[in-house]
Design a protein around this ligand. Structure first.
Ligand code: URA
Length: 426
């Protein structure tokens, strides 16, 4: 078999066989197929798609590129959650400790930043020493002992996704339903949880712009899972950028997080608790999540996880010890108006340009930089009021500033705020 023939076939929109897909994944993981050919195939898949059967074979081949964790020795229902990615999406950092504090066993495999979106692994690495690569034994014993672990793909766990993820990030091939679905589900199945909640984002800050595309993605992955379709037209919460999002997740676990982000954590947490039979109904589940925050138990879980994974807990206790940018620049409103739209995609890209994301595989993340929004869509602003604080290690160019202002659309009349959760798919 020649890999170039497989690329050619997909270019012509022909379905790939199971053998061809397995040849691709095996060859890539074992170093026989180079990045440039896999990039070409991903781009062909982006344009020509894959049918359900091809997507399932791809997911299976990726899953079996490494080990599958056996969590059966852990008592209780093992739960996992995954977001398809969005701007300011730090949900796992607050949600996983909340659910663990309510008695859930959260066994979670996350990803790094992709395209204009940040990634949980990059965010959590803002904490000195936090190890996202863990042996299976450590992963299992950590979930057993403290009910929570957050790891990444590795040479032994879904190595195919580790390689493809980094390649797609810098080859403009992220936003493809079969590639996203197989990437997410191979990780979720490899981590071995009993229940999965998917947070499928739609809107311009997400990979699926339209609700119907997000729904199709959710339905591609929904077997044995639940999914929520959530709005990603504007950033989630206020912070965009790695350490800034860690700080916002900590504030949320202290009860002082942004309203929209807190709502998402409570809603998603309540679904996970019900999936795991830890609450009988939504009312009880929400009350449990709220109590985990007010009692401090959820924050304690985050600290325990950090400790077990080698991280510096004092940075959670004193957030001024987290990476900081050299300069914080306040950008002010130029007129009195209502914010009609806050373009998440543009703001995500602006944060990436400050150094919060990668444009090449080998790029290092600048953990301290990013944007903190002071106003959100639907808010009224007065001339001179701060729109956002930019945390930066470089001077802001004129082009950057122009793009920043282009990310805002205004109206003279009041704007109705859109609901964050659009639909729950069972
Ligand atoms: N999250 C993932 O894990 N993979 C994708 O491809 C997109 C979002």
């Amino acid at each position: 078999m020649r890999f170039v023939d497989i690329i050619e076939k997909k270019k012509l929109r022909l379905p790939l066989s199971k053998e061809e897909i397995t040849f691709w994944i095996d060859g890539y993981v074992n170093g026989r197929i180079p990045d440039y050919q896999v990039s070409a195939l991903c781009m062909a898949i982006y344009f020509q798609g894959m049918n359900e059967q091809e997507t399932a074979w791809l997911c299976e081949a990726m899953l079996h590129s490494g080990d599958v964790v056996d969590l059966s020795m852990i008592h209780g229902v093992k739960m996992d959650k995954h977001s398809t990615g969005g701007v300011g999406d730090k949900t796992s950092l607050a949600l996983a400790p909340i659910v663990a504090a309510c008695g859930g066993k959260v066994a979670k495999m996350s990803g790094r930043g992709l395209g204009h979106t940040g990634g949980t692994l990059d965010k959590v690495e803002s904490i000195n020493g936090f190890q996202v690569v863990q042996s299976e034994e450590h992963f299992i014993s950590q979930v057993n002992e403290i009910g929570i672990a957050l790891i990444g793909q590795s040479k032994s766990l879904v190595p195919a996704d580790q390689l493809l993820y980094a390649l797609r990030d810098v080859s403009a091939t992220v936003d493809s339903i079969p590639l996203i679905a197989s990437s997410i589900m191979s990780k979720k199945l490899a981590a071995g949880a009993d229940t999965i909640l998917l947070d499928v984002k739609f809107g311009e800050g997400a990979f699926m712009r339209e609700v119907h595309q997000a729904k199709k993605l959710a339905q591609t992955m929904i077997k044995n899972t639940k999914a929520i379709l959530t709005d990603m037209n504007q950033p989630l919460g206020n912070a965009i950028g790695n350490a800034l999002e860690v700080k916002e997740a900590i504030a949320t676990l202290q009860g002082s997080g942004p309203k929209d982000f807190t709502q998402l954590c409570l809603e998603a947490g309540s679904i996970m608790l019900m999936q795991g039979n830890l609450a009988k109904d939504k009312q009880e589940a929400i009350a449990m999540c709220q109590e985990s925050i007010t009692s401090g138990k959820a924050l304690e879980k985050l600290k325990q996880m950090c400790l077990y994974q080698g991280g510096d807990v004092t940075q959670i206790e004193d957030i001024s010890k987290l990476p900081q940018a050299k300069e914080i620049i306040a950008i002010k409103a130029e007129k009195d108006a209502y914010i009609q739209q806050l373009h998440a995609l543009s703001l995500g890209n602006l944060a990436m340009r400050l150094g919060a994301g990668r444009s090449k595989k080998e790029d290092a993340i600048d953990h301290g930089v990013g944007i903190v929004l002071n106003k959100k869509a639907g808010d009224k602003v007065s001339k001179g009021e701060v729109l956002a604080y930019v945390h930066t290690n470089q001077a802001l160019s004129e082009a950057w500033m122009m793009d920043f202002h282009r990310a805002y659309e205004y109206s003279d009349t009041m704007i109705e705020k859109q609901p964050l959760i659009y639909e729950i798919i069972k």
